[in-house]
Design a protein around this ligand. Sequence first.
Ligand code: COA
Length: 155
Amino acid sequence: MKFFIYNTNFYSICKSDIQDIILLDQLFVEMGYDINYTVWSVEDYLFYLAKRNSVLTVVRYQKIIAFCLSVINADESELYKIVVDKQFRGKGIGKFLILYHIGFLKFNGVKASFLEVSSENSHAINLYKKIGYEIINVRKKYYASVDAFVMKKLL
Ligand SMILES: CC(C)(COP(=O)(O)OP(=O)(O)OC[C@H]1O[C@@H](n2cnc3c(N)ncnc32)[C@H](O)[C@@H]1OP(=O)(O)O)[C@@H](O)C(=O)NCCC(=O)NCCS
């Protein structure tokens, strides 16, 4: 089994790749952790990818099976999205993906990565903690009755 991981942009991503990403995005919505979460349209992805401060990293195995996206502001970044396809979870792909992604951010001068996660999303929290993210703030009842953790990792 060969997986490919790479950063991509407006010029090198095609519409069917974005449709794969949108299906992954929908998987996250179905999990119900984030009532504020928006599944982006193809146009939204193209808009963000055309902005030079967005970084999209994908893992491909025949099709795109995992992705993450950060937006950079000055020397800080925010991880907006990370999803691994259901059948590929628990194999180290999420960890590899995010380490590759933040490595690229660091190489480009980013000093810190921030993210927000539901306090009930223990799989994601475990992953983030494992690679050195720390909880720096709790947004009480951010998702209706559930708290959100704001996490940060210095790069
Ligand atoms: C969170 C997610 C990206 C993790 O991806 P993954 O490929 O399954 O994760 P990995 O196999 O790389 O595991 C990395 C670490 O995550 C944690 N983790 C992953 N799956 C877990 C599980 N089922 N139970 C507990 N911890 C888990 C563990 O700490 C694991 O390290 P370990 O295997 O050394 O114990 C994946 O579960 C996912 O796509 N979830 C839905 C989308 C989502 O919730 N995104 C986060 C939005 S804030």
